[in-house]
Write a protein that binds this ligand. Sequence first.
Ligand code: NAD
Length: 248
Amino acid sequence: MQKVVLITGASRGIGAATAQLLGQQGFTVVINYKQNVQAAETVANTILSNNGKAHLLQADVTDEKSVEAMFDKIKADIGIVTHLVNNAGVLNTQTRVEHMTAARINNMLTNNVTPYFICAREAIKHMRLSANPAQCAMVNVSSAASYLGGANEYVDYAAAKGAIDSFTKGLSLELAAEQIRVNCVRPGCIYTDIHGDGGEPDRVDRLADFLPLKRGGTAIEVANAIAWLLSNEASFVTGTFIDLAGGK
Ligand code: NAD
């Protein structure tokens, strides 16, 4: 069976590391990106230069029609999506709940929650067409913020990720009878550029000493867990969470 994995937001960070790892493991990797085609091409070229298979597809995952078109294009040009990594996400600047507007909160949910549902919905349609749905799987990238709370920084982001945890559990139960597995990773402080977007590029360095392991994590450490959850080695694992947060 051809394994086709779609990774949303894969032009950098955890998504890019996951794309490169899965590219080495025999997956045909579809790299979704929103804007930065050059960064996405760099990820694809790394996979191709290691004799892997990679494709690029632009889509803003907050746009339902674009997501549907992306899945249609994959089916027409590449094959059935057998694996999904719901990874694309955003961080907002740090503030306390008392300063949060409805616009900010809604923006957080629009970017970090609804696209996971829509991409999963479209992926399920593909997986049901697969020769062997029991070989299909999804991983949702949540955050340690979902159980830590994000106090004084971004409770809205933490709450959005908490929704992803519930989504993972509920969807895993809906799909269990079909043997389609749905799991979740919850990274803690990982060195990626998302922290700059959140207004504090050095956030991981600031917090590293407070972690039991006394260091920040790397994107490949998260990618390794995602790859395992997608693999047949995790064939009896569904509706679960792997916390990659240095002991927090
Ligand atoms: P990142 O900013 O490097 O990567 C996020 C990617 O998502 C970017 O390439 C961005 O362009 C893409 N993206 C955002 N909105 C999109 C949209 N509407 N359509 C398509 N692509 C879109 O950050 P990262 O750290 O690699 O984050 C990946 C995931 O990990 C996110 O869901 C994030 O919330 C989560 N996470 C990260 C950390 C961390 O410390 N880095 C911790 C916990 C959770």
